[in-house]
Design a protein around this ligand. Structure first.
Ligand code: HAX
Length: 441
């Protein structure tokens, strides 16, 4: 077995024993309570999942295996001459639970390079779609076409022991992560660059090679991709893309099927698609105001207009976070370092000053602060990646690192088929009238 696979298995075996013992001793301990409103309103705050790779705190933001984003930017290995973390290092951390050495990260980059070949039928399948197909649809179709390569599906069909599930899921996950940048870049070049494709460069790290295949050679853009791929990778288990991947995986659907399902969730405007919505909203504002440098007063009026039309302000609010998203802050720091005078980036910062008090004044928005999607588009536009319908694909490539590391853990820990109980409103009404005691008194 490979070095990373051995280390992962050793860690997972220890955790599996710990969980078994914990459940033997404490399995019937009660965790919190569920209110009626929670089952009608998106299960907010209801603990119902175990996800080992990261944990979200409402005030502090995300921690990956205990490390905050500023800590990761400091501690994870960098590319030569670079100052942003290599996302391979974050994947290692999520998978193994320990910070990698530079050597570990080089090894992982090389493993991903070796596994990165994409069979031609995948590109042919994407080519069969009309050019105006949304990039996220093309991405999901590409992932589905790649499912022919699933080791898990082949081994399961041939008859695989339960104890070997984890290994096939591990191999599929590594293959998928290795191949996604090529598929994603192919979609970009197909849709926006007249099908003028760029071959991978085997000497580059995973994110840098992705930037290269997209057609961007500015080293600062490669740095941005390393940061982007790191900060978008994971946000604990309950968000739509992570939860969907986990849920579908629990039916023993292979990693290709599970990840494609998760990506369909990421493509929703309340989730990952918000990154395209933000920049679209700003472009529309610029057009309406006939200005590429709107004042705070002009932005305020535009925000109020958006709300009065019954729309959300994209990039603001969160189901769990109650502060400025540290992923927003990391991107703001990148902007201050590399492009402090960019007008669009400055508009994003002005929006940041204007929107929170307005949302707060509505009295119903639980979190008036920006999330990850409020910033990313402006940085991409700075480097001339203006095709905002493509942005969620970038998010999706990054998200693979977290949700697939989690899927490896799910199978290594033998997690069960997910199947919560649902009820009807009729039954709830009967319970409220005391005619049914489904939840006791
Ligand atoms: N603009 C206007 N109204 C907002 C709002 C915003 N940015 N955020 C929340 N609200 C409204 C909700 O629509 C809801 O209104 P109604 O009661 O009239 O339905 C009310 O405030 C309460 O919502 P909430 O409890 O604060 O927020 P939710 O947990 O229900 O939803 C969302 C969280 C992220 C979906 C929400 O804040 C939103 O729609 N934001 C804009 C879209 C966005 O940026 N999504 C990306 C989120 C991060 C992410 O997943 N990235 O991938």
């Amino acid at each position: 077995m490979g070095i990373i696979k051995d280390r992962f298995k050793a860690k997972a075996d220890v955790t599996a024993v710990e969980i078994k013992e914990m459940l033997k001793e404490h399995g019937n301990k009660v965790i919190g309570e569920v209110q009626l409103s929670q089952i009608y309103q998106g299960m907010r705050g209801m603990t119902g999942l175990v996800t080992e790779t990261s944990l979200l705190d409402a005030q502090e933001g995300i921690r990956f295996r205990g490390f905050t984003i500023p800590e990761l930017r400091e501690k994870l290995p960098k590319a030569p001459g670079g100052s942003e973390p290599l996302p391979e290092g974050l994947f290692y951390l999520m998978l193994i639970g320990e910070l990698p050495t530079e050597e570990d990260v080089h090894h992982l980059s090389a493993v991903l390079q070796r596994r990165s070949h994409v069979p031609t039928h995948v590109f042919h399948t994407i080519d069969a779609l009309p050019l105006n197909t949304h990039p996220m649809t093309q991405f999901v179709v590409g992932i589905m076409a790649l499912q022919t390569e699933s080791q898990f599906a082949k081994k399961y069909a041939a008859g695989m022991s339960k104890k070997d599930y984890w290994e096939a899921v591990f191999d599929d996950s590594m293959d998928l992560i290795a191949r996604l940048p090529h598929i994603a870049a192919y979609i970009y070049r197909r849709k926006y660059k007249f099908g003028n494709h760029i071959q991978p460069n085997g000497l580059l790290d995973w994110a840098s090679n992705f930037a290269h295949m997209l057609g961007f050679e500015d080293e600062k853009f490669h740095e941005l991709m390393r940061l982007y791929m790191t900060i978008h990778a994971d946000h604990e288990g309950g968000n739509v893309s992570a939860h969907t991947t986990h849920l579908v995986g629990s039916a023993l659907s292979d990693p290709y099927l599970s990840f494609a399902a998760g990506m369909n969730g990421l493509a929703g405007p309340l989730h990952g698609l918000a990154n395209q919505e933000v920049i679209k909203w700003i472009f529309e504002m610029q057009e309406e105001l006939k200005s590429d440098d709107p004042t705070k007063e002009e932005i305020e009026a535009y925000v109020r207009k958006t709300l009065s039309e019954g729309k959300v302000v994209p990039g603001y609010g969160h189901a769990v976070l109650r502060q400025t998203d540290p992923r927003f802050t990391a991107q703001m720091e990148f902007g201050k370092k590399h492009m402090p005078n960019d007008k669009l980036v400055n508009t994003v910062w002005k929006v940041y000053e204007v929107v929170p008090p307005i949302l707060e004044s509505l009295g119903k928005v639980k979190n008036p602060w920006p999330n990850v999607d409020a910033h990313s588009g402006a940085l991409l536009v700075h480097f001339d990646l203006k095709e905002y319908e493509y942005y969620t694909v970038l998010f999706g490539v990054s998200r693979a690192l977290g949700v697939l590391a989690s899927l490896c853990w799910d199978r290594a820990l033998g997690f069960a088929l997910e199947r919560p109980k649902s009820v009807t409103t009729d039954l709830v009404k009967k319970w409220l009238r005391g005619e049914d005691n489904i939840w006791g008194d």
